[in-house]
Design a protein around this ligand. Structure first.
Ligand code: HEM
Length: 485
């Protein structure tokens, strides 16, 4: 950001696809492939280019160093694009830490982080383990059958987050009834559809899908009221819990009850919803991609299997230490997130006039952060298309360090992490990242210790297609398992 004023470029000086009146570039993108459309432009126009989606001008950035700089300049320099909160509110969704900005975000982030501190996550390990054991039971019962991979994994992630964050047992793994994620699943796709709409059709005419959404939002909000009522009941029954609330929801309720906290009941509901939405698809989609990539790369599957069967052979006895010992499995997760980041872009808005690289950026400009550009660049990762988890292990098999040389062949795992940022960066980096990694290791260890993966198939037998629905998911993966013992 040191370019002198005279050398600064304006947004309109930047390269970019040709725009037509009114639509700009909107007619050139397909919502389900939005990220891939933008990545194709990145290959053509380079790390900084200009697009216009309807009336919104955007600076697209894919250079990882510049992305690091802008994402770190929050909350003062940039905020999340307000459209998510605006449309979410209109759908009846109370805002939470993901959509909040400014002072409100600072308060909510502090509150949420308290629930995610490592000691808390560690104390929760036994409950998380119970969920993994239920997953084993469910899969044992359906050995040999073709399972829809992503919904299976969502059952795990929703049960896991409900226990940790809300102290509630949801147990969707052992239920085939109307489960909460059937309703949650309606929310992201519709929110994304509305974000991508040129015209707000839903304000003019309500289609069956809009009515279905309303029913789902009502069902989710009712479930959330239930979580909050249960938490209040537990606090009333045992007032000692107020001094040291054992889960995120109870600590939020305690905070909301203090007049000076600045936390209102609506913040509590908003953050329960945020945890459910932010923690469910992201982790389940990443796991689905990981299982798919391992099956397509048999040598990596064999190594992951060997590690699990040596380090953590039985879900009945998994310990936090065993999970920490799954270094190769963790490397598989990092490599999966490099190739298949489930949040391949995010949009932020400048809060003041500023300069990004050598580009003048007036307040109010939207920046589209394209997160997979440099992660797929030969300069940073040789053979970038290859699924090679060893990139994330240093020579001694550990997963840390950083030489900062920028030489891809010697790139250490520490340097690689500065290029591939699947959890974002800076003060708003994903607070659930350690939990997500632990959940992923638990699922992979359960899967590889107790089952052989017979096949993972796509609908047309070709490569799995990426579909953007707020998060990026694989389309239609099915898995068949054989139980080992
Ligand atoms: C593989 C799994 C996950 C991925 C890839 C992921 C990715 C992300 C990304 C890219 C962001 C935006 C970060 C930024 O603005 O720089 C984010 C934010 C967030 N994530 Fe995650 N996430 C995952 C799992 C989770 C889980 C399990 C939870 C909690 C249960 C969670 C809760 C949140 C919250 C609350 C935010 C908003 C933070 C803020 O704005 O201050 N995420 N996540």
């Amino acid at each position: 950001m040191s370019a002198t004023a005279s050398k600064l470029r304006e947004l309109k000086d930047l390269p970019g696809p040709r725009k037509i009146p009114v639509l700009g570039n909107l007619h050139q993108v397909t919502p389900a492939r939005l990220h891939q459309d933008a990545e194709a432009w990145h290959l053509k126009y380079g790390p900084f280019f200009h697009i216009r989606l309807g009336v919104i001008d955007m600076l697209v950035v894919s250079d990882h160093q510049v992305l690091n700089t802008v994402l770190r300049d929050r909350p003062d320099g940039f905020k999340r694009a307000p459209i998510i909160e605006e449309l979410g509110r209109e759908m009846g969704l109370p805002p939470g830490v993901f959509t909040a900005n400014g002072e409100q975000w600072k308060r909510q982030r502090r509150m949420v982080m308290a629930g995610f501190d490592p000691s808390h996550v560690k104390a929760y390990f036994p409950s998380l383990l119970k969920v993994a054991q239920r997953l084993r039971g469910r899969w044992q019962g359906s050995a040999g059958k073709s399972l829809e991979l992503q919904p299976e994994l969502m059952r795990f992630t929703v049960d896991a987050i409900a226990g940790l964050a809300f102290g509630s047992e949801i147990n969707t793994l052992e239920s085939d009834d109307e489960v909460i994620q059937h309703h949650l699943d309606k929310i992201f796709p519709m929110l994304f559809k509305r974000i991508m709409s040129f015209l707000p059709w839903w304000r003019m005419v309500r289609m069956p899908a809009d009515r279905e959404l309303e029913r789902s939002v009502a069902a989710v909000m009712k479930a959330i009221e239930g979580f909050i009522a249960d938490a209040r009941q537990r606090l009333a029954a045992d007032p000692a819990r107020r001094a040291n609330p054992p889960n995120l929801l109870e600590s939020m309720v305690v905070a909301a009850d203090e007049e000076t906290s600045g936390v209102a009941d609506i913040d509590v509901a908003g953050n329960v919803l945020t945890m459910l939405l932010a923690g469910e698809d992201t982790t389940a989609n990443t796991l689905a991609w990981m299982i798919y990539l391992l099956k397509r790369n048999p040598e990596t599957l064999l190594r992951a299997q060997a590690e699990v069967r040596a380090v953590a052979p039985d879900v009945a006895g998994f310990t936090p230490e065993q999970m920490a010992g799954l270094r190769y499995v963790e490397a598989c997760a990092h490599e999966t997130m490099r190739l298949k980041p489930v949040a391949p872009f995010q949009v932020i808005e400048a809060l003041r006039d500023t300069v990004v690289a050598d580009i003048r950026v007036p307040a109010g400009t939207q920046i589209w952060c394209l997160m997979r550009g440099d992660s797929m660049d030969q300069r940073h990762f040789p053979n970038p298309e290859r699924f090679d988890p060893t990139r994330w292990l240093s020579d001694n098999g550990e997963g840390s360090g950083g030489d900062g040389s920028g030489d891809s062949r010697q790139m250490s795992p520490g340097s690689a992490k500065r290029v591939s940022m699947p959890f974002g960066a800076g003060p708003r980096i994903c607070p659930g990242r350690y939990l997500a990694l632990l959940e992923m290791k638990l699922v992979m260890a359960t899967l590889l210790a107790h089952f052989d993966i017979e096949d993972v198939t796509t609908p047309d037998g070709g490569e799995a297609q990426e579909c953007m629905q707020f998060t990026m998911m694989p389309v239609g993966l099915k898995m068949r398992l054989a139980a080992r013992h």
